[in-house]
Design a protein around this ligand. Structure first.
Ligand code: SDX
Length: 424
């Protein structure tokens, strides 16, 4: 007999099925709730609501577990590489060499942008925020690839769209950066590998192997994170059968927010402010605790992780490696470590389970690599892109998929009669 939840409502008892995931997570299946009871549920910020069943990423916030298709992130960060993880997320298995070669070959069909797209990038003022440039330009691709407008997409078009997005998004990002430093774009060279190609397009020089590995690890750590704000946005936009470019652009825009991916830029700005104020991070800790002050300790806290963010631990270690390799002494890293130490012993943070998240240390590495602060969230886009594409693919392949359309509880005026303006 399958497990059920009993619900007593207005003198009637309802039995709702319980769904158990492969990691023993439990959910009350409320898909028939309104039809059976006339009631809906209310859940601000979807803190208790599952939007889908997914086989892509598993995370356990209490134990700090993060796995992509069952593989622990620690093993992938140590032994894999970003494009292999991107393949794993999209197709569910680690590729054989032949499969990986074919994947790279397909991707190399898109190692440049249509001339018109390059011209669109050139219209943006150099002081534009790169996130606005990349989300607009990604969406503009549908004008140059109208074949993706026919929906629902055939499977082969979906696969081509995935590798095309992986190839062209990094070119858009690097091309706009080159424009902001009044330099010509550097052509993409896929033979340098994803991370090497991107850094070469940015700085017109091939980076050291250790730097390549560090950025590859950063991208792997950012690659997916189940139903976070931007992945959920991709699923919502994609559920209406909007085209792939509009769908990814939606994810980019959701990530831009400072409570989400935009936090990595805010962390660097916060650390810089603390440094310029003489390094007194205790003052900022007190500001973060002061309810009358809107200031939050950026890079701290997480909706799911309540002990530690496993990614932050790996990134913190990578900071030391990268700074040492580049022979960079960055006082911001010492301030970040001091801030973390102070917060970890402060009851306000401990009682609310607030610890460094993925955004707290990543900016230190990006800064050491010479990435401008306003491009930090673009780095998050490039890392998260395979996760969005995998979530979109999984959703589009789900025959039971329905357009996302939440309900609400109305709390406005009851029925009233219209009053002409001269009687008001
Ligand atoms: C990412 O979801 C994902 O998986 C996201 C992500 C991914 O990979 O996709 O992991 C990436 O977005 C990481 C988060 C980056 N954002 C930040 O670093 C911004 C600062 N952090 C917060 O704003 C906050 O912690 C969130 C947004 C991350 C989580 O917010 P929640 O879960 O809605 O929690 P909340 O705002 O209700 O906070 C609970 C309490 C509140 O205090 P009380 O009302 O209980 O007194 O904790 C406090 C908050 O005021 N709080 C903070 C704080 N974060 C939470 N207080 C000070 N500084 C903070 N950073």
């Amino acid at each position: 007999m399958s497990e059920t939840a009993k619900l007593e409502l207005a003198g009637k008892t309802y039995e709702l099925p319980i769904i158990t995931g492969t990691e023993n997570e439990k959910a009350i299946d409320i898909r028939s709730l309104r039809a059976e009871t006339g009631y809906v549920t209310l859940d601000n910020g979807f803190m208790n609501t599952g939007s889908c069943q997914s086989g892509i990423t598993f995370l356990n916030g209490e134990e700090g577990i993060l796995r992509y298709r069952g593989y622990p992130i620690e093993q992938l960060a140590e032994q894999s590489r970003f494009l292999e993880v991107a393949y794993l997320l999209a197709y569910g298995e680690l590729p054989t060499q032949a499969q990986f070669d074919e994947y790279l070959k397909q991707m190399s069909n898109f190692n440049n942008l249509p001339n018109g797209v390059q011209k669109i990038i050139e219209q943006f003022p150099n002081n534009s925020h790169p996130m606005g440039v990349i989300s607009s330009t990604v969406c503009s691709l549908c004008s140059f690839y109208p074949e993706y407008l026919k929906m629902p997409l055939e499977a082969e078009d979906r696969e081509r769209g995935i590798v095309q997005m992986m190839a062209q998004t990094k070119i858009i990002a690097a091309s706009f950066y080159r424009q902001t430093i009044n330099k010509k774009p550097v052509p993409s060279d896929p033979s340098l590998g994803y991370t090497g190609d991107f850094l070469n397009m940015m700085f017109d020089k091939e980076p050291e192997p250790e730097i390549l590995k560090a950025l590859d690890v950063l991208f792997m750590l950012h690659a997916d994170h189940e139903q976070n704000c931007s992945a959920s946005t991709v699923r919502v936009v994609g559920s209406s059968e909007a085209n792939i470019f509009a769908t990814v652009s939606g994810g980019i825009n959701a990530l831009w927010g400072q409570l989400h991916g935009g936090a990595n830029q805010r962390v660097l700005e916060m650390l810089t402010k603390i440094r310029d104020a003489g390094g007194d991070y205790k003052m900022f800790i007190n500001k973060a605790k002061d309810k009358s002050d809107p200031f939050r300790l950026m890079g701290f806290g997480h909706r799911v992780y309540k002990n530690f963010d496993p990614r932050a631990k790996i990134i913190k270690k990578a900071c030391d490696v990268v700074l040492e390799k580049l022979n960079v002494q960055d006082p911001l890293l010492d301030i970040a470590k001091g801030l973390e130490e102070e917060a970890r012993s402060d009851d306000y943070f401990v009682s609310r389970n607030l610890y460094p998240n993925v955004d707290f240390y990543s900016g230190i590495i990006y800064k050491a690599l010479g990435i401008p602060t306003n491009m930090f969230t673009v780095m998050f886009v490039l890392g998260r892109l395979p996760g969005w594409l995998a979530q979109w693919k999984e959703m589009r392949e789900d025959s039971s998929i329905k357009i996302s359309r939440p309900r609400q509880i109305y709390v406005g005026h009851n029925k009233r009669e219209y009053v002409p303006i001269n009687n008001r």
